[in-house]
Design a protein around this ligand. Structure first.
Ligand code: DGI
Ligand code: FE
Ligand code: FE
Length: 190
């Protein structure tokens, strides 16, 4: 991992994209993703790096994200949907074009860390679950997902996505189709 070889330089770059709370979350996700990777047999370096990069665009202005998504022909469904989802898809593009990340597994882990998708790879699951359970996270149900994540990564992810779907419905927000297919895929395999 080229970028991990110079971790300090990478973190300076990452930190410059976001406010401190988001940066602390980022460090928490990287550490948690590495631990989950070690536990479940994913590549720990890729997991840590994807953790550092997963929210790279989270604090960018929405117009800047929209421009990137439009230039890369992202679907109308995404552009018309919740702006909360944009940072994941824009992030995967930006870490490739601006940081030179080429590893498709890392790019996919960043791209799908928010929505999930059917047929997620082990690394995608690790990063997505780490995003929910890193130590700074504090939402109702997080402890249950944390303990599930020690036993069964798929069960933890199903619980996490199920909670998000429930939350979105309660808020009368749309649920992005990828999130529903991710959830259905996990539950139907259990
Ligand atoms: O970026 P983070 O805050 O660390 O976490 P995230 O990338 O999982 O973003 C989660 C936010 O996205 C959360 O506020 C819920 C919101 N969201 C909006 N629509 C959807 C959605 N999340 C999912 N998974 N699916 C949606 O359709
Ligand atoms: Fe995110
Ligand atoms: Fe995150």
């Amino acid at each position: 991992m080229n970028l991990l070889a110079n971790r300090e330089a990478l973190l300076v770059r990452v930190q410059a994209q976001m406010h401190d709370k988001r940066y602390q979350h980022t460090l928490g996700v990287a550490e948690t993703a590495r631990r989950l990777a070690e536990r479940y047999g994913a590549d720990p370096d890729k997991a840590e790096l994807a953790g550092y990069l997963h929210d790279y665009c989270k604090c960018w202005p929405v117009e800047k994200m929209r421009d990137i998504l439009v230039r890369h022909d992202m679907p109308e469904e995404l552009l018309n949907g919740e702006k909360e989802l944009w940072h994941a898809f824009a992030g995967a593009i930006v870490i490739q074009t601006e940081l030179g990340v080429t590893d498709p597994e890392i790019l996919q882990a960043v791209r799908y860390h928010t929505t999930g998708r059917a047929g997620m790879s082990l690394l995608e699951k690790v990063v997505c679950v780490a995003d929910y359970i890193e130590p700074n996270r504090n939402f109702p149900g997080v402890e249950q997902i944390r303990s599930l994540a020690q036993q069964d990564l798929n069960a933890a992810l199903a619980e996490a996505l199920g909670g998000t779907i429930r939350f979105l419905i309660e808020q009368r927000k749309t649920v992005y189709p990828l999130t529903l297919t991710a959830y259905n895929d996990l539950v139907s395999r259990q």
